[in-house]
Write a protein that binds this ligand. Structure first.
Ligand SMILES: Nc1nc2c(ncn2[C@@H]2O[C@H](COP(=O)(O)OP(=O)(O)OP(=O)(O)O)[C@@H](O)[C@H]2O)c(=O)[nH]1
Ligand SMILES: [Mg+2]
Length: 222
């Protein structure tokens, strides 16, 4: 039998693209930068945010959007430090959607902020595929994951504007090959800056904070 209608399934990525665009417009209107932190579960994203928060005090006005599959644990950690934070719970999805980020962002006091740091769901693959309207993706890689991850999961390192290589305090206990890791990063993205650091000892944090302040200032004045 001949059908008289054509079913149309809208690509979810296209819909996400529209939300991402709205987020860019919202951020531009309020002169706020949005950074999207992506890394494997346990890479140290929240620990990095905790350390970043204390060092950004007085330099940038910031808030955090926490993404998690199930709990509010990460938001509670930042709230305990006095950071303005909201929690997005995906209920199973392995990445934040552009729509939910936009909704959460709209509820923040954007005129009182310079940057919103978004911690995506712990995952090295899915969040890298999605544009949430951010100014930059920040790849968070820890030395405990092994030096080969930029070669094995190249998309994130292709998309990112910076790599934070964290947990360097653990290097003496590992066989992690730092020069090899940097070479893998360069193979994927030759211009990508890499900041090795440890929020536990404080080593390397200043360079990351300087990059962050520079990047946010550039984003909000352009
Ligand atoms: N030694 C050491 N441990 C760290 C460092 N950063 C994080 N950790 C530990 O690593 C574990 C995971 O850190 P989190 O910051 O919760 O990791 P996460 O990436 O936010 O994890 P998810 O949100 O579950 O994806 C915790 O036990 C941290 O204390 C570091 O620089 N050095
Ligand atoms: Mg976390």
């Amino acid at each position: 039998m001949k059908r008289t209608t054509i079913k149309v399934y809208r690509d979810i990525l296209e819909a996400d693209g529209q939300w991402a665009e709205q987020t860019r417009e919202l951020a531009a209107a309020h002169h706020v930068a949005v950074l999207n932190l992506i890394g494997a579960p346990g890479a140290g994203k929240t620990r990095l945010l905790e350390a970043t928060a204390s060092r950004l005090e007085g330099r940038l006005r910031f808030a955090v959007l926490e993404g998690d599959v199930e709990t509010t644990r990460d938001a509670e950690r930042l709230h305990a430090l006095g950071v303005p934070v909201s929690q997005i719970i995906t209920g199973g999805a392995c990445h934040l959607s552009a729509q939910v980020v936009h909704t959460a962002l709209r509820d923040l006091a954007l005129d009182q902020l310079d940057v919103v740091l978004v911690e995506n769901v712990g995952n090295l693959v899915c969040p890298a595929e999605l544009d949430i309207g951010e100014h930059a993706k920040v790849a968070v890689l820890s030395v405990t994951e092994g030096e080969d991850k930029p070669a094995k999961y190249p998309l994130l390192f292709r998309q990112a504007k910076v790599v934070v290589l964290t947990k360097t305090d653990l290097l003496p206990h590992l066989t992690f090959d730092l020069p090899q890791c940097l070479a893998y990063v360069r193979q994927v993205n030759s211009q990508l800056p890499v900041f090795p650091l440890s929020p536990v000892t404080g080593d390397g944090l200043d360079a990351w904070i300087d990059w962050l302040v520079r990047t946010v200032r550039r984003a909000v004045t352009s």
